[in-house]
Design a protein around this ligand. Structure first.
Ligand SMILES: Nc1ncnc2c1ncn2[C@@H]1O[C@H](COP(=O)(O)OP(=O)(O)OP(=O)(O)O)[C@@H](O)[C@H]1O
Ligand SMILES: [Mg+2]
Length: 492
């Protein structure tokens, strides 16, 4: 058996976990659910030796422990797959899977032939075929995850934690991941999932533990819980999904005009325009080019031909700086590497892109105004912190995502591009974030939401472009935007 018995943990004065107990047995597939900041990652960190509990017991097989080091956790079979997978980008697939074993066995010299053999065996155990010699930086995110799982297996995993492991995967890749998890089950590995996507949770998990503010509010077999019951235990509220898109603005000016932009191997002849107050959705499967189009509009992917103009003025998108000075804001999907200065304070992060607005005539920063703005965003976006001067690392994953949103909203751009705005955000807060986006549209901002979250697109967009192999393959407007019509276009 694995789990905890009465674990508590506080950071400063704030209790992240209070008397938390949960259990899984070998071969279980368990879900750990809860709102942003409810304590899921903290519980995982305690079981993997990264954080020390204030009180309570860690259960690992026959052992009952007060605390453990990361090394002991690995030796006892605990492995965690974090969102960034902790792989070494410039090494090959084979080296990433096998190297840690070399270290564990204290081999002095790396033996390439043996690395390949060990890696091939581990991949074979999970039924996955990958190019062993490809560098990890060159393979897609879904493959990186499989490499991380193979490495965990190679290190003798008995208890596998996956903290928001499916956020960057397409449906097909999730299917593959789930079949790998089922094969781990047959080998007696217990898997614990953290995910905000309730439909996936219900599909793969057999049992569930739900946290709210660090306290277990419900647990049991997944069959006892429907979607409503899970979100009720998470939030204490009844969350319903309704269409939030405001009335389409009729006679506002075009703010963003994109004409025939192309980038070789990424996207081709993409054209659209967005009016003030309009919310345009762009969707497509992973690899369709949707992500590249979003990045191109912020100057992060080169546009080789075609034109982008803001308020009638053509702009040269040479990089994020040129996009920002043209009035374009961008909320990236990958908040951990693109969105935040993790070691800097929440306050600095929120202000990072708006700082010019707070320069007084003589170049003095208007401190009081900054404080007001930061406090407003912390309140409006319900960023869970007791002090905005704490570093961004002190926030839970979903709260870091809110800081990225706050940072760009504070800049008040004319065009805001949101790439996966609610990735990693719990379902109660998702609604609130979409409402804030809607309010920004009502104030006249032109908004582009790039997302593969179909219910979200249906809730918020006035118009949707579907991208397929780098080209716009369909355009749906207003009442034609339904979940079934979009799924149909995606599958076409
Ligand atoms: N190093 C730290 N210093 C201060 N507070 C922390 C630290 N790590 C976590 N916390 C706080 O503990 C609480 C629980 O955070 P945790 O990361 O476990 O949440 P989570 O359930 O994983 O949320 P999410 O879904 O957003 O990832 C939060 O209020 C967070 O701000
Ligand atoms: Mg977390």
């Amino acid at each position: 058996m694995f789990g905890t018995d009465g674990i508590s943990k506080a950071f400063g004065g704030a209790k992240a976990l209070s008397n938390v107990s949960f259990q899984v047995t070998p071969g279980d597939i368990h879900c750990l659910a809860g709102e942003n900041g409810s304590g899921k990652s903290t519980l995982i960190k305690i079981m993997s030796g990264v954080e020390t509990p204030d009180s309570g017991t860690i259960i690992l097989g026959e052992e009952r422990l007060k605390s453990l080091t990361p090394r002991e956790a690995v030796a006892k079979g605990v492995q965690v797959i974090f969102q960034d997978f902790s792989l070494i980008p410039n090494l090959s697939v084979a080296e990433n899977i096998a190297l840690s074993t070399d270290l564990l066995e204290k081999r002095k010299f790396v033996n390439p032939a043996r690395n390949r053999e060990v890696a091939a065996k581990a991949l074979d155990l999970i039924g996955v075929d990958l190019d062993l010699d490809a560098t990890v930086q060159s393979i897609p995110v879904s493959s990186k995850q499989l490499v991380a799982i193979a490495r965990a297996l190679n290190q003798g995993v008995k208890l596998l934690f996956m903290d928001e492991a499916t956020t960057a995967l397409t449906r097909k890749e999730i299917d593959q991941l789930f079949s790998v998890v089922r094969s781990l089950k047959e080998k007696g590995v217990a898997t614990v999932f953290v995910s905000h996507k309730l439909d996936e949770v219900q599909e793969i998990a057999e049992s569930i533990t739900i946290l709210r503010n660090g306290v277990v509010t419900a647990e049991g077999p997944i069959a006892d819980f429907d979607r409503k019951a899970i979100s009720l235990a998470m939030t204490g509220l009844d969350v319903t999904e309704v269409r939030l898109a405001p009335e389409v603005p009729s006679d506002t000016a075009t703010v963003l005009e994109v004409s025939n932009i192309s980038s070789k191997g990424r996207f081709k002849n993409v054209s659209f325009s967005v009016k003030a107050g309009e919310i345009l959705g762009i969707t497509g499967l992973l690899g369709s080019g949707r992500n590249e189009i979003a990045e191109a509009l912020f100057g992060m992917t080169a546009i080789e031909s075609g034109e982008v103009s803001v308020k009638g003025t053509p702009i040269a998108l040479k990089g994020p700086r040129s996009a920002v000075s043209a009035g374009i804001g961008y909320v990236p999907q990958d908040r951990l590497t693109q969105g935040l200065f993790l070691n800097q304070s929440i306050r600095r992060n929120v202000m990072a892109s708006a700082i010019e607005r707070f320069l007084g005539a003589a170049g003095f920063i208007k401190g009081a105004e900054i404080n007001d703005t930061v406090n407003t965003w912390v309140t409006d976006l319900k960023i869970k912190t007791d002090n905005p001067d704490n570093p961004a690392t002190s926030l839970s994953g979903g709260n870091q995502q809110r800081v990225v949103l706050a940072k760009w909203l504070a800049m008040s751009p004319s065009v805001l591009i949101l790439n996966g705005p609610t990735v990693g955000v719990d379902i109660g807060s998702k609604r609130e974030i979409l409402e804030i986006i809607r309010d920004k549209a009502l104030e006249g901002m032109a908004i582009v939401i790039v997302s593969d979250d179909i219910p979200e697109i249906v809730q918020i967009a006035h118009r949707v472009l579907v991208v397929h192999q780098g080209e716009v393959s369909a355009e749906l407007t207003d009442t034609a935007i339904t979940e079934s019509s979009l799924y149909k276009e995606l599958a076409a």
